[in-house]
Design a protein around this ligand. Structure first.
Ligand code: AMP
Length: 277
């Protein structure tokens, strides 16, 4: 496993690889969810590249860019033995030099949910992923279902800009009580960690209602909202029952749908989702 920082070195090492290259972009502070992406990439490709980069342009001015957890040595320990060929750790100086002025703006699918709650977030995500794709030139790239809207944005970008990279989606890894693994879970106090279970509970309720034959999306949103409101530490950002293809809010569930939500537990904003079919 070679760890490289300078961009020219990452490019040079990539050029020496033959066969298919699987790429896993991350912001570090790795957990089992990230490692599941790496495992899948390892199975499906001749070589695996992981990037670790906390991308400043996807954080809003009042978000947690400064506080976002970082521990490169811990990350490298976790990746050891996982069959990773290259770990690319770019610097802000090289990714965003002062003259930087080109952005990737994916329209429509970015207007709702996370895009509405975090203006500019997906512009930062699409731009950094496009840059990383250009440097790494992967055959396949691996993303988590945990960030369902992000997957849609990346798929749209790859198709629209003819990038010719296969996007592979890996199911969400959860803690034993259902909480989706996230680097941000480290922010939670023990009390908040307990309260954070409410996201999974609300999604499970949505799935149960749907399985019980409920077609009225507003009724499901209403019951999810009522459940979350019973948790004193939780504050809802949004609760959504949307079409799984375009993420448009549904009134009647007449096609594959996904329940998703963003909830603040204390100061920590958590997101999660669950397909309803
Ligand atoms: P991040 O480091 O949070 O930007 O995440 C890097 C990649 O890991 C993204 O594609 C995420 O969707 C994915 N990921 C994060 N958490 C999980 C999880 N609990 N299960 C599966 N994939 C995840």
């Amino acid at each position: 496993m070679q760890v490289v920082k300078p961009l020219f070195e990452a490019r040079a090492l990539r050029q020496k690889l033959s066969g298919t290259v699987g790429f896993v972009p991350t912001m570090g502070y790795l957990h089992e969810g990230h490692l599941a992406l790496v495992k899948q990439a390892r199975i499906e490709n001749s070589a695996v590249i992981v990037s670790i980069y906390v991308n400043p342009t996807q954080f809003g001015p009042r978000e947690d860019f400064g506080a976002y957890p970082r521990d490169l040595n811990r990350d490298l320990e976790l990746l050891k033995g996982g069959g990773v060929d290259i770990v690319f750790v770019p610097s802000d100086d090289e990714m965003y030099p002062p003259e930087f002025s080109s952005w990737v703006d994916v329209e429509k699918v970015t207007e709702r949910l996370e895009g509405a709650a975090r203006p500019g977030h997906f512009r930062g995500v699409a731009t950094v992923v496009a840059k990383l794709f250009n440097i790494v030139q992967p055959s396949r790239a691996y993303f988590g279902q945990k960030d369902a809207q992000q997957v849609m944005v990346i798929k749209r970008m790859v198709a629209d800009l003819n990038m010719g990279i296969e996007i592979v989606v890996v199911p969400t890894l959860r803690e034993s009580d259902g909480l989706a693994m996230s680097s941000r879970n480290i922010y939670l106090s023990p009390k908040e960690r307990q309260a954070a279970m409410i996201l999974f509970k609300a999604l499970t309720l949505a799935r149960q209602l749907r399985r019980g034959g409920e077609k009225d999306a507003e009724e499901i949103r209403r019951q999810m909202t009522a459940l979350i409101q019973k948790e004193p530490l939780a504050q809802i950002d949004y609760v959504s029952i949307a079409d799984a293809e375009a993420l448009e809010e549904l009134s009647s569930i007449d096609r594959p749908a996904v329940a998703s939500l963003a909830v603040r537990i204390g100061k920590t904003r958590l997101i999660d989702n669950m397909p309803l079919e």
